[in-house]
Design a binder for this molecule. Structure first.
Ligand code: NAD
Length: 312
């Protein structure tokens, strides 16, 4: 099986590493002159985590081929994962090119963080094979992929994409409608906007915001998500008591849903704050630290779930 990775930055590189670990051939194309070296570094950095989680038969970094043209990458690919920059005009042109360059049974999935396929497919002659396959960083470690077609997508293609991702070990949410930002980024952005507001207003530092999540609610989310978490917050009365009790505070003006203006001062505060938090840890140190921790968390949650009496 041959998979084409179009665009090989943070996400395309992460996808390439994941596909290689599943024992398939990966052909990558990216127009940047340094893309091949960057891609190999990304794959090398991901390999210890992938090895720790278990490589499939045939998994081999040597099965990665970086080619010089989009056409060469697409020839004979049965699945294309597009991970080019989040720019609507670029995506429109690129997806149209991919439709023209691929065989007519190939599925073309876009990693877009939030553009609905209906908006990205406008230049494609035949949009039926175009679908969103939205991963989370790093795609080699975070299981979730959100799959959503546009109005012109053949529903069977969306189903094939979802089945394919599941067959290689991903957790898939299939959306039956176009929703800007899909599910997870809508939730994530609400939190992120409020974090930026708090920094812009001097209400909390970058470090305090990160600690508020990693030392607080962030520890519960990998286990139960925000809804089941609040079900437990209602005590034995569960979600019903929780809503009756805390419902009125939903109207309290705690959060601002409009995005703040991204001023130079706010940008600098975020950049300096995160650099301060990272301290002496390099980018590679932080990636390795995150990967070790995510593996441990995934294992711990799986073990805890498996030993619950009602385990499914
Ligand atoms: N970074 C994240 O956390 C994240 C998470 C999920 C989804 N995404 C989505 O993944 C996609 C890629 O994001 P990224 O973070 O990897 O960006 P990135 O900047 O790291 O990588 C983009 C790559 O695309 C290449 N590129 C430029 N023009 C191209 C073209 N015309 N055709 C093909 N490749 C081209 C660039 O050289 C670069 O290597 C975006 O759609 C983004 O929204 C990002």
């Amino acid at each position: 099986m041959r998979i084409a990775c179009i665009g090989a930055g943070v996400i395309g590189g992460g996808w390439a590493a994941y596909f290689l670990a599943r024992g398939v051939d990966v052909v990558a194309w990216d127009p940047a002159p340094d893309a091949a070296d960057r891609l190999r570094r990304t794959v090398d950095a991901a390999w210890p985590a992938l090895t720790e989680l278990g490589l499939d038969e045939g998994a081999d970094r040597a099965r990665l081929r970086v080619v010089d043209s989009l056409a060469e990458a697409c020839a004979d690919a049965v699945f294309v994962q597009e991970s080019a920059p989040e720019d609507l005009g670029l995506k429109r042109g690129l997806l149209a090119e991919l439709v023209a360059a691929t065989r007519d049974d190939a599925v073309i999935a876009s990693s877009t963080s939030g553009f609905p396929m209906g908006e990205m497919a406008t230049a494609a002659g035949d949009p039926s094979r175009l679908v969103v396959g939205h991963p989370f960083n790093p795609p080699y470690l975070i299981p979730l992929v959100e799959v959503a077609g546009g109005p012109g997508t053949d529903p069977l293609v969306a189903k094939r994409a979802a089945d394919f991702y599941r067959s290689i070990g991903k957790s898939v949410i299939e959306l039956d409608r176009e929703l800007p930002g899909f599910v997870a980024n809508r939730l994530q952005e609400a939190l992120w906007r409020e974090a930026l507001h708090m920094v812009a207003q001097g209400e909390a530092s970058v470090e305090q915001i990160d600690a508020a999540i990693t030392e607080g609610p962030g520890l519960r989310w990998p286990v139960h998500g925000p809804c089941l978490t609040f079900h437990l917050a209602g005590g034995e009365g569960g979600m019903a008591h929780m809503l009756d009790h805390f419902g009125p505070s939903l109207r309290a003006p705690w959060t601002r849903l409009e995005a703040p203006e991204l001023t130079d001062d706010l940008r600098d505060a975020m950049v300096e704050g995160t650099a301060g938090e990272a301290g002496a840890r390099s980018f590679a140190d932080l990636v390795a630290e995150r990967d070790r921790a995510v593996i441990a968390i995934r294992r711990a949650v799986a073990q805890a779930r498996a030993s619950s009496p009602g385990a499914r």
